[in-house]
Design a protein around this ligand. Sequence first.
Ligand SMILES: [Fe+2]
Ligand SMILES: [Fe+2]
Length: 154
Amino acid sequence: MAEHTELIEILNEAISLEYTAAVQYNQQSTLLSGRDRMLFEDFLKDSAKEALSHARMWSSRIVYLGGIPRPEVGGIRQSTDAIEMLQFDLEIEQRAVDTYTRAHRVCHHEPTRYMLENHILDEDKDVEEIQKLLGRVRPRELGRIEERLAAAHR
Ligand SMILES: [Fe+2]
Ligand SMILES: [Fe+2]
């Protein structure tokens, strides 16, 4: 057990992030109104479920590694604006990538390393998706097409 102390500590930070994300997503899904409700409700509800399943998965892994999971929900950031909600979610997902990456760095248990590798990809997918929802990822070609259209209308 002692050999995994640092890893267990970081995984505990990660499950706290997951519980925080689960509650935050769940709360957000109930606050949406108007068109945003149609646009984002399913995404937020699915994200809440996913974060809870991650908390469960890593709690079990902590037990397997000889530790005790510490279930703590961190501060929930509130907003009634869908874009601001997604910005708060993006920050949590980025912290998840960082936290699992730190866990991977100190992990000397081979199967858990593979789990972490897969999981970092999963969390990065969430970062990618939210950045796209926020319009922060724009294909270069699209930018050029828009420039050409704008020029044609001048
Ligand atoms: Fe997660
Ligand atoms: Fe995530």
